[in-house]
Design a protein around this ligand. Structure first.
Ligand SMILES: [Zn+2]
Length: 427
């Protein structure tokens, strides 16, 4: 199967960050040529005046919580946790599937082609991933058996999920860990051993709140990242979400271990957890940073364009420094740096020959993307655009969204299914 996207402004995100005007040839799921493509193809997509960017990568989410959107807003953190754990305990496969479908549709329609998820029942979420055609790096949530509602041992469940789903194209099993507050040293090390043996991403919540830091110091005598470094857990397969309350010493420990970060600015601001992730210090020390929306109860939107703008503004505002996190660097965090964070920079994150064809066509007719000048395209993407500007999306070379309509699933049916599930779950 050969597809050509014609006459677009291509934001390549290649090592020299070139923006070129021309065509992209996609052959068997991969980018085969960039520039003037003379041959015809099985499918021609006219993108004249439009912008093509690499598919965005959301490195922290709980996609099946999409149907809980708007249900747990504007309350103190402890109440928020009580309420979300209460709902979680009542969840069924049916509503997890409905939520995951809705979240996958929302992400694809707003230009995200790969996401990292942390939840239980990833076998159910995997179905939504395969139906919609997005790429899911699905981390089964592991925690100490006494804290979970999962039947059986969480780590065994995670291993079973990996064994039954490995080798697929869009579903990539991973390991998740809830966090230091519900995972013992033994649980952390057991998950690490399995992840490294099987080359799996190991994603977990880290230093999201000040309470987490204080409690960990009381229990373990160290701050969370320091504790995880000290027990020998941190490694280069680790992807730490939030990472807001870190000292420079802890950042150096993350850097030394090759641990990556997924910063979640909207979630942290909405829950008012106070810490602003120390990104400038992470960059100075060579930590790979990416960004995530977190779940739909703390965001409540899975649009990575909104996340990019918010992240940049939060960092600038908190440092009293408008030069912090410029537009190009923000776009990097959502594309090529995010690909590095999930150890797939050889396959994803930029538009280069040989890479998988995860491509997003943005509507050049949108007023918020004009005037269209090559010099301001990246700035417009980060500061002026939103997911509604996304017209067409390819994942692995397959067209999954075309002219703002889902191709793979019936969007209306998915959204109605989400409402029915929310009604059943929440009353
Ligand atoms: Zn989370």
């Amino acid at each position: 199967m050969r597809t050509v996207i014609r006459d677009a402004h291509i934001v390549t995100q290649n090592p020299s960050r070139d923006i070129v005007k021309g065509d992209i040839l996609v052959e068997d799921g991969r980018i085969a040529q960039i520039g003037k493509v003379r041959d015809s193809a099985d499918r021609e997509i006219d993108a004249s005046g439009d912008i093509v960017i690499p598919g965005l990568i959301n490195t922290h989410s709980h996609v099946s919580m999409s149907i809980l959107k708007g249900q747990i807003d504007d309350m103190p953190f402890d109440k928020f946790l009580d309420k979300s754990f209460g709902i979680d305990a009542k969840r069924t496969e049916k509503d997890i599937l409905a939520g995951a479908r809705q979240g996958c549709v929302e992400m694809l329609r707003s230009g995200t082609t790969t996401f990292v998820d942390l939840y239980y029942s990833q076998d159910v979420i995997a179905r939504a991933v395969e139906e919609t055609g997005i790429r899911g790096i699905l981390g089964w949530a592991v925690l100490d058996p006494e804290f979970t509602t999962q039947s059986g041992t969480p780590l065994d469940n995670a291993k079973r999920f990996h064994l039954s789903h490995r080798g697929r194209s869009r579903v990539m099993p991973a390991l998740g860990l809830q966090g230091v507050y519900v995972c013992s040293t033994e649980t952390f090390l057991g998950a690490k051993e399995y992840a490294l043996e099987n080359d799996l991403i190991l994603t977990f919540h880290l230093s999201e709140t000040r309470k987490e830091v204080v409690d960990c110091k009381k229990k373990e005598g160290r701050r969370p990242a320091d504790y995880l470094a000290n027990i020998g857990f941190l490694n280069d397969h680790c992807l730490a979400a939030h990472s807001a309350w870190l000292t420079v010493g802890e950042i150096r420990q993350l850097a030394q271990a090759g641990t990556k970060v997924s910063t979640c600015p909207v979630s942290n601001m909405k829950l008012a957890t106070g810490g602003v992730a120390p990104l400038p210090e992470m960059f100075q020390n060579g930590v790979t940073v990416s960004m995530g929306t977190d779940g739909s109860t703390t965001n409540n939107c899975l649009d990575m364009f909104g996340e990019m703008k918010t992240l940049s503004l939060l960092q600038k505002s908190s440092r009293w420094d408008p030069t912090v996190l410029p537009a190009q660097q923000v776009l990097d965090l959502a594309t090529i740096e995010a690909a590095r964070a999930v150890r797939m920079e050889d396959r994803l994150g930029s538009i280069e020959v040989g890479k998988q064809a995860d491509l997003v066509i943005m509507d050049g007719k949108s007023a918020n993307l004009r005037p269209m000048r090559p010099e301001s395209i990246v700035s417009n993407l980060v500061y002026a655009s939103c997911g509604m500007d996304v017209k067409t999306v390819l994942c692995d070379g397959e067209v999954v969204v075309e002219n703002r309509r889902m191709v793979t699933v019936d969007e209306e049916e998915v959204l109605r299914g989400g409402e029915a599930a929310a009604r059943e779950l929440l009353g």
